[in-house]
Design a protein around this ligand. Structure first.
Ligand code: NAD
Length: 368
């Protein structure tokens, strides 16, 4: 097994309070008071309104309202509507209850108003700890990075994830693993984030297969949420490469489902980078409970998808085959930093493999 020992690095920390425990949501009122807020607006999607109602009840007079207009990809119109509601009610802070889509709305509201944000995540997307944000308008996605979008407090309560449907849970867990897996070969990786990446991957790789047989096991749900937090911290702190670029292109241009698309693409992106990032992939394999050989890591991720009975083909997610050329072209435009330079022709074959659900192929170099 190879080892990355970094003797020179930069580590800067985003300050934020994390409260993690089963039942933690019952302390939400104390956390809101701690932020100095007295009139918070609770935000959710229409589907998570029931869960958000229960949070609002915990808050009693500290909540001025509940807005359930959050939508996938944070449409600008939704941000405007929620802002208008917040202004009308005189809100002095925001609480989101939901997955990355709802967290994304809260981030935009806090960015534009300067009011504090408290996030209660109910998926494993990890957005709650990253300074990254995005909105969509007329099908075009605008993204940005600004620490001002970060919540002041995150409450992780695994009880709130018990009803997250199993296929969504498993795909969301793979989305989290993707953040940490790519972080392992980031040029700006540091030893603290590396530890978080390995611990996050190993927590999820152990818990997700077990969750398939026991989706309401609170211990497994806690392990998944813990792993998701750590993997989110990796996404927040180091640069992402080919895999995230590919998902940005596929999600933005073809509106593929976010977490499932990450799951399908990850083995292929890792295989592309295997020879250029062998020590990182060897450590990934160890964290997955695999052989510890770099060349085995992409196949081990692919096998995990199979074990979790997740889709392995972009075709199953609604990707049009005649969009693959365009996707390969876009992936090499303004590329993210990546251990191996991006070659459009090879990426086109990679996309073909991902489209048809073939196993990942490792094409260059000898790997141990
Ligand atoms: N900015 C970042 O750092 C970052 C990181 C990851 C994801 N994202 C963004 O987040 C979005 C994806 O987030 P997501 O994967 O969490 O999806 P999501 O928020 O859209 O939720 C996925 C599905 O799960 C349902 N759901 C959520 N919580 C539930 C619960 N507790 N019980 C039952 N159903 C529940 C939702 O209704 C939805 O149908 C994308 O827009 C992505 O770009 C941003």
């Amino acid at each position: 097994m190879s080892c990355i020992r970094q003797r020179s690095f930069v580590y800067s920390q985003f300050a934020g309070r994390v409260v993690f425990s089963a039942g933690a949501v019952r302390d939400v009122a104390a956390e809101v008071r701690r932020l100095g807020c007295r009139r918070v607006l609770v935000l959710s999607t229409p589907e998570q309104r029931g869960l958000a109602e229960s949070v609002r009840e915990q808050l009693a007079e500290l909540a001025v309202g509940l807005h359930d207009g959050a939508q996938m990809h944070v449409p600008v119109g939704v941000v405007r509507d929620a802002q208008a509601v917040a202004t009308q009610l005189g809100a002095d802070g925001f609480i989101t209850v939901g997955g990355g889509s709802t967290t994304g709305l809260g981030k935009m509201l806090t960015l534009e108003s300067g009011l504090p944000l408290l996030v209660i995540p109910t998926t494993y997307a990890g957005s709650e700890v990253t300074p990254l944000y995005g909105t969509t308008q007329d099908k075009a996605k605008t993204t940005g990075k600004n620490p001002a979008v970060l919540p002041k407090t995150v409450i992780y309560d695994p009880e709130l994830t018990l009803d997250l449907p199993l296929p969504v849970s498993l795909a969301s867990g793979m989305n989290a693993i993707a953040h940490a897996a790519e972080g392992l070969y980031a040029a700006d990786l540091n030893p603290v984030i590396r530890l978080m990446a390995l611990e996050g991957i190993s927590a999820l790789a152990r818990a997700l297969p077990a969750l398939r047989d026991a989706p309401r096991d609170i211990g497994l749900r806690a392990d998944c949420l813990y792993g998701a937090w750590l993997c989110g911290m990796v996404l927040a702190n180091v640069g992402m490469g080919l895999h995230h670029k590919a998902c940005h292109v596929l999600g933005g241009s073809f509106a593929l489902p976010h977490a499932e698309m990450h799951a399908v693409m990850l083995p292929h992106a890792l295989a592309y980078n295997a020879s250029a990032a062998a020590p990182a992939l060897a450590s990934l394999s160890v964290a997955l409970g695999g052989s510890g050989k770099a060349g085995d890591a992409p196949g081990e991720v692919f096998a995990l998808l199979d074990l979790l009975r997740l889709p392995t083909a972009l075709s199953a997610l609604g990707m049009p085959e005649d969009g693959l050329d365009r996707a390969a072209r876009r992936m090499v435009e303004r590329p993210y930093p990546n251990p191996r330079p991006l070659e459009q022709a090879r990426l086109r074959t990679l996309l073909d493999d991902a489209f048809h659900g073939r196993p990942p192929r490792i094409d260059v170099g000898s790997l141990s």
